[in-house]
Design a protein around this ligand. Structure first.
Ligand SMILES: Cc1cc2nc3c(=O)[nH]c(=O)nc-3n(C[C@H](O)[C@H](O)[C@H](O)COP(=O)(O)OP(=O)(O)OC[C@H]3O[C@@H](n4cnc5c(N)ncnc54)[C@H](O)[C@@H]3O)c2cc1C
Length: 392
């Protein structure tokens, strides 16, 4: 089949990999001008990690990963209020756990296919005409083309989803928080392999020291309205507004923020759809069922969805409907459960009251207690699903 995939993030290249294994021709369409490595740091673990092992990319992922030692919660004076040792998480995940920039994970997957597929940058699908025997695509720049199948792997604000299932307002559920992330050079202080985080009611700043003397900052704050500012300056101004009087290192962090020209800023939302496919279009990754950063597993789940969709297509080579139904039947409840759990986790990220922050810190600290912590982490991190071996 001629398969068009919109989005060269995590899910898109992963699906391209499995399509290549099963003998299909892939065209990947990415709106960015080139492949974007780096970016915010994600924790990578769970079932998705096992899929990465199947793909033979565990070693390069580990090579790019940071073996984080602890999460340190600080007070306004910078002193430790609570600490979670990551060793417990490693035990709960059999050591299948690392942290790396999202774009580096995506690039590692992309390198497995880049020489075997067509990749179009700086373009986007603007029209989809589904027919019984194929799908006609029109692009912002390129000439129209026909494919047998279209996969939307273009993230939380997927263009394919909007063109096929309706606007974001119909498909996404805002969780009441906004998130921003940026990377700066030369910030001090540095704490190697420690994620330092500072909370005020409804607000959190995190910092993590990256290689090459860079530092990642993550801002999360409660906001009633889902109104993301437009443009870099407006986003910076918003963060200044939210964090100007926050305490801890916020003055120097905001000064460092002023120097960046690349800032991620978005709503914390989930994608909730009744179906992930139509006749010739299927969604994977955040486009289908974004769990949000609160789940800490969106990349792994994107890999799972890519694998299962490709596997179901392999099992029903002449029957896309059956393959799509198989894909959804196998994963829908599992993913919805992840989404439900993630929604409840909001009080961990952006506790709204001081007692809430205090309780959260207590809970974090308790995770270090042998047995108690292991039990809780095993429960929180387990994936309640068995995937078939599709032999692809
Ligand atoms: C701050 C933050 C922290 C997170 N932390 C974690 C974590 O710890 N662990 C974890 O597993 N997950 C985490 N996540 C979630 C994770 O990043 C996503 O779930 C994951 O990246 C989803 O992969 P994807 O391929 O579906 O989408 P993406 O990785 O978002 O990729 C989508 C791709 O599509 C492209 N695109 C967008 N629109 C178009 C278009 N119109 N045409 C063509 N291309 C387009 C984009 O440029 C991008 O390359 C976090 C998310 C955020 C925001």
């Amino acid at each position: 089949m001629r398969v068009a995939i919109s989005g060269a993030g995590v899910a898109g290249p992963a699906f391209a990999y499995w399509m290549g294994r099963t003998g299909h021709d892939v065209t990947l369409i990415e709106c960015a001008p080139s492949f974007r490595a780096g970016g915010y740091v994600i924790d990578f673990w769970g079932l998705g990690y096992r899929i990465a092992e199947k793909m033979g990319i565990e070693a390069p992922i580990r090579a790019k990963g940071y073996e984080v030692e602890s999460l340190r919660v600080v007070g306004a004076d910078g002193r430790t209020r609570a600490r979670l040792q990551v060793a417990g998480i490693r035990r709960a995940t059999d050591g299948r756990y690392t942290s790396l920039p999202r774009g580096d994970l995506a690039a590692t997957i992309f390198h497995t296919v880049e020489n075997d597929i067509e990749t179009i940058y700086s373009d986007s699908i603007v029209g989809i005409e589904e027919r019984h025997d194929g799908v006609g695509l029109t692009f912002a720049s390129a000439s129209p083309r026909d494919f047998d199948l279209l996969i939307g792997a273009d993230g939380l604000h997927s263009a394919v989803r909007q063109l096929t299932f309706g606007p974001d307002s119909m498909c996404t559920r805002y969780l009441g928080c906004q998130v921003a992330a940026c990377v700066v050079d030369g910030y001090r202080p540095r704490e190697e392999l420690v994620y330092a985080t500072y909370n005020l009611p409804g607000r959190q700043i995190g910092r993590f020291a990256l290689n090459d003397d860079r530092t990642l900052f993550l801002f999360i704050f409660h906001a009633e309205e889902p109104d993301v500012p437009v443009g870099l300056d407006a986003c910076k101004a918003r963060l200044h507004n939210e964090f100007a009087d926050a305490g801890w290192e916020s003055p120097q962090i905001l000064a460092a923020l002023d120097e960046v020209d690349d800032l991620y800023f978005d709503l914390v939302s989930q994608v909730r759809l009744d179906r992930w496919s139509t006749e010739r279009v299927a969604l994977i990754g955040d486009a289908a069922a974004c769990v949000s950063l609160l789940a800490g597993e969106g990349t792994g789940l994107a890999l799972v969805e890519a694998y299962v969709l490709a596997g179901e297509m392999h099992r029903a080579p002449d029957d896309l409907r059956r393959a799509f139904d198989g894909y959804e039947a196998r994963l829908r409840r599992f993913i919805e459960e992840k989404q439900n759990r993630a929604s409840k986790f909001i009080s961990f990220f952006a506790a709204r009251t001081r007692p809430g922050i205090w309780l959260r810190n207590l809970g974090l600290q308790a995770m270090n207690i042998p047995l108690v912590g292991d039990l809780a982490l095993n429960r929180a991190l387990r994936d309640d699903i068995e995937l078939p071996d599709y032999a692809i």
